[in-house]
Design a protein around this ligand. Structure first.
Ligand SMILES: [Zn+2]
Length: 440
């Protein structure tokens, strides 16, 4: 395990090398960086879409997201776009017959990590499957591996905020050069996935176009997602998030393959909408009674992640995030993304955000105005609430998924084994959470 000093030293060294490669002595590092890529300008959302992501009255559709990420892949050495499957192929209004869309994941990390992706994937796989692995071997592998964090968006396509937030998050990860972002990129391999491409195309086009003619709606005030003419998943609609037990749908097959056959993430974060009224975002810990069948390491990891998010929100002066008693979400359904994750000893995280490209409100809810342990920073009612404000909270959730250079030494090694898996996901599953928390 890396100790604090060694970790900090690594971070400082990496930062120095990175800055030098960009600004001072790039020729020295010709063997490590693709210069053609590193000097390229990273196209901003505004340049690509004509709008800022989160701008009022704008929704990017899946075709735009797909082309934007392909462009970022060419421009940035921190990001690879991989195809992970195909969609069910939903009929779209005003378009030709249905066709299956490619499902993609943006794999985001430091250039060095991406160059050794197979090495880190193999460590994650060995730890997760734990076949013939001793505790000591697991600890060594955990110390050498990177945290793999999956972030999925808008499986329920009318819950549209997180698709837009994911575009924003990927752009920031690909372009920001602040110390924290660079450290995160060094410590974490992110998998960013829009989970329902058919639905994203449907909902975004329905919002941006005239509902009768299908032509662009030139009056922003008339843009609306109401009256959607068809379900947003071809066969099972909203129950696409109940399909991770049976895995019948092509989307669930693509995601399950990505998680449990290829990358073996330690955190699976699934973003939904809308949260309980009076809040902006529900995230993390869910209500009691807790599912006592789950590994205690998973449960405590979920708690730690929640705590860190709230601490970060407080420090960033972002009110409106709550958990546990603020809604009815529980850990007792076995077929959803986050709950299936629990049974693979993965920390499955749910968020439920509020918001729309057409500005909305934060309503007056007297019982939501007082701080609680699981709602430490209440938000006051807001007459106008913009999508960009939602995205700010949403994107910050992605950052604490990362470890930090200020981590303080040995990792927990005595997390009790879970059912069916004696070794693996213990330390790696807890590591990103614990280390992230230590930055608080
Ligand atoms: Zn949902």
């Amino acid at each position: 395990m890396r100790n604090r000093k060694f970790s900090s030293l690594l971070a400082v060294t990496f930062l120095f090398v990175f800055i030098a490669s960009v600004a001072v002595v790039p020729q020295v590092l010709a063997g490590h960086y693709d210069h053609n890529k590193i000097y390229k300008h990273i196209t901003t959302p505004k340049e690509f879409f004509g709008y800022d992501i989160g701008e009022d009255y704008f929704l990017a559709n899946y075709t735009q997201l797909y082309n934007y990420w392909k462009k970022l892949d060419r421009e940035s050495n921190r990001m690879k776009v991989i195809k992970i499957g195909t969609t069910s192929g939903l009929t779209q209004p005003f378009q030709d017959p249905p066709y299956e869309r490619p499902m993609i994941a943006a794999v985001i990390s430091s250039p060095e990590n991406l160059a050794r992706l197979d090495y880190y994937k193999n460590i994650a796989k060995r730890l997760a499957l734990a076949e013939g692995l001793t505790d000591e071997e697991a600890k060594v592998l955990a110390s050498k591996g990177k945290a793999i964090v999956y972030i999925g968006s808008s499986m329920h396509a009318t819950e549209l905020v997180s698709n837009q937030a994911l575009i924003q998050m990927v752009y920031k990860m690909a372009s920001q050069n602040d110390e924290e972002t660079l450290q995160i990129l060094d410590d974490v391999i992110f998998l960013a996935v829009p989970e329902n491409p058919d639905g994203m195309e449907l909902v975004s086009n329905w919002y941006m176009n005239d509902h009768v003619t299908g032509l662009p709606q030139t009056d922003p005030l008339k843009r609306s997602t109401s009256g959607l003419p068809t379900l947003y998943q071809k066969y099972v609609a909203h129950d696409n998030n109940r399909d991770f037990f049976t895995v019948y749908q092509s989307e669930a097959q693509a995601l399950s393959r990505l998680w449990f056959h290829e990358f073996f993430p330690q955190i699976i974060y699934c973003q939904h909408q809308s949260g309980p009224s009076g809040l902006v975002l529900f995230i993390g810990a869910v209500r009691d009674p807790m599912n006592y069948n789950l590994d205690r390491g998973v449960l405590s990891g979920l708690e730690n992640m929640s705590s860190y998010v709230y601490q970060r929100y407080a420090r960033k002066d972002l009110p409106g995030g709550g958990a546990r008693s603020m809604a009815n979400y529980s850990a007792w359904h076995n077929g959803m993304v986050r709950t299936v994750a629990y049974f693979h000893n993965v920390i499955g995280i749910l968020s439920e955000i509020t918001g729309s490209p057409t500005p909305t409100r934060i309503t007056f809810q007297p019982q939501k105005l007082v701080a609680k342990a699981d709602y430490p920073y209440p938000i006051m009612p807001q007459d106008v609430w913009h999508l960009s404000q939602c995205l700010e909270l949403s994107v910050h959730v992605s950052w604490p998924g990362a470890p930090s250079a200020t981590s303080d030494g040995d990792q927990p090694s005595d997390v009790p084994p879970g059912p069916g898996n004696r070794h693996a996901p213990r330390s790696p599953a807890l590591e990103p959470v614990r280390r992230a928390r230590s930055t608080g």
